[in-house]
Design a protein around this ligand. Structure first.
Ligand code: 4AD
Length: 456
């Protein structure tokens, strides 16, 4: 169907005073004595395109005024108010009728209501803006790494091991319920892979394999976590960006993470000014200032031990008590990043007992060279570490966690054959989208959120 994108009509002067055909869905309509007006959108622009109907010139137009109706309109592009354009309709064709029980009749609906209809909420201004920002950010992430000699790697989604060793893996099986097998072992030996399998929680371990040959790699794909966390920041299926860099120590990877975050934010501010203005107005007052502040500031680097001191000295009652060795809770993270520093903060050198086996052990014997990046409003968006490159120390850390060495034989061999210092991080794509858009629930920045007790 030959037609022109609404965005192009709105932004390219060459279309003014010419006849064009556009397609889209009716978003608002208004009927007056001699004229009727409708606004339509094809999804290419946040701004709707106004179609002006001269009733004396068109025989039948009633069908075109119903919200949600899909139309093809041919007409002349003419200048309108505030530098915009509109179309004087010459011909309107009905592509898809939309009866009055279309649920999006009102101008604004609550996000909770919209979550009940993921197939329709994408037609609202909010989701139009979220999905466009998401798309621009994805392109921006690829560009950042591609321009710096990183190789894009696709790591497996089906896995035989649990990367984080945290037991949050969704099981993958083709057998299902059966009382035919006497033991778990017998069950899995009859299953598709002949052993336990699951959906990957992270591509890191395979990313390390690739980095030990390609030097600098990144992944950008889904990760799956069966954690029972019904919070505004957790989904069971999220998109994960995981760079892995050979010859990089913790300081180096921290620099890369800060540079990448600033690059993405700068790019979105440049490419999506209308969308950010929309979020600034409707979802987070001060959003644009916050993003500019991020670009202008140097991220804080704060040692975990110092963070614990700050929290202990805080004139504030926390629900979860603070002691050296404890994992930081959301309330602690928010206090540090929002109330103390009011900018992104890397917390470094966590106690080894609360972190993963693969993290480089510091000389103090108590902490590891790991860092989480916390941002105001969202909390943790990046988990990062230098990896343990020493074979014996890695084995020791795995033994201390009762891990099955056979399952990690390949990973251990990386430490035998030309092991080098290397580091990497995982950025949660939805978390950074929340930060950039000001949307406060992760369910509203992904097309189909998967959460505990909810999938459709
Ligand atoms: O801190 P995490 O668990 O780190 C890893 O997976 C490492 N293997 C990364 C690496 O070093 N390559 O997860 C990384 C990030 C978190 O900071 C968070 O942004 C996001 O992934 N994330 C989630 N996002 C949404 N829903 C969930 N359930 C998430 N779990 C982690």
């Amino acid at each position: 169907m030959k037609h022109i994108d609404i965005k192009d009509i709105q932004t390219k002067a060459e279309y003014v005073d010419t006849d064009v055909t556009v397609c889209g869905w009716v978003r608002t309509s208004r009927d007056s004595k001699n004229m009727a007006f409708l606004e339509m959108n094809d999804g290419t622009s946040l701004k709707h395109l106004q179609i002006v109907i001269d009733k004396s010139a068109l025989d039948n137009y009633d069908f075109a005024l119903k919200l949600g109706t899909a139309l093809k309109v041919t007409g002349t592009v003419v200048p309108a108010r505030q530098g915009s354009v509109e179309i004087n309709a010459k011909e309107i064709t009905l592509l898809g009728d939309c009866p009055a029980d279309y649920p999006l009749q009102k101008k604004r609906h609550t996000l909770e209501f919209l979550r009940t209809m993921p197939h329709l909420r994408v037609r609202t201004n909010t989701f139009n803006a979220v999905l466009r920002v998401r798309s621009v950010m994805a392109a921006s992430i690829h560009k950042y790494f591609q321009d710096r000699n990183y190789v894009y790697i696709n790591t497996p989604l089906l896995t035989g091991s649990d990367c984080e060793g945290a037991g949050e893996v969704f099981k993958v099986t083709t057998i299902g319920y059966s009382d035919q097998y006497k033991s778990e072992e017998e069950y899995y030996s009859n299953d598709f892979f002949g052993k336990k399998a699951g959906l990957s929680v992270s591509g890191q371990l395979e990313g390390e394999v690739a980095a030990m040959a390609m030097g600098k790699i990144y992944t950008f794909g889904p990760s799956f976590r069966a954690e029972n966390s019904n919070t505004p920041r957790h989904v069971a299926e999220f998109w994960h960006i995981e760079p892995e860099v050979a010859f990089a120590e913790l300081d180096d990877i921290i620099e890369i993470a800060e540079d990448m975050i600033k690059y993405i934010v700068r790019d979105v501010m440049e490419k999506c000014p209308q969308e950010l203005a929309f979020f600034n107005q409707h979802f987070e007052k001060g959003l644009i200032d916050k993003l500019q502040h991020l670009l202008d500031s140097e991220f804080e680097i704060l040692d975990y031990t110092k963070a614990i001191e700050i929290l202990k000295d805080a004139k504030k009652e926390f629900v979860y008590p603070v002691e050296w060795g404890c994992d930081l809770q959301t309330e602690h993270e928010r206090y540090i990043t929002e109330e103390v520093f009011n900018k992104p903060v890397f917390i470094t050198n966590y106690p080894k007992d609360i972190k993963s086996f693969y993290m480089k052990q510091n000389p103090d014997g108590k902490t590891v060279a790991a860092t989480d990046l916390l941002v105001p409003g969202v909390g943790e968006i990046i988990g990062c570490s230098e990896r343990e490159a020493d074979y014996d120390k890695l084995v020791e850390a795995m033994k201390a966690r009762n891990m099955n060495m056979d399952e990690y034989a390949d990973y251990l061999e990386l430490r035998k054959f030309g092991s080098v210092p290397h580091s990497g991080f995982g950025l949660g794509f939805e978390r950074i989208i929340m930060y950039v858009t000001g949307m406060s629930n992760i369910r509203d920045v992904i097309l189909y959120p998967r959460t505990v007790g909810s999938i459709r």
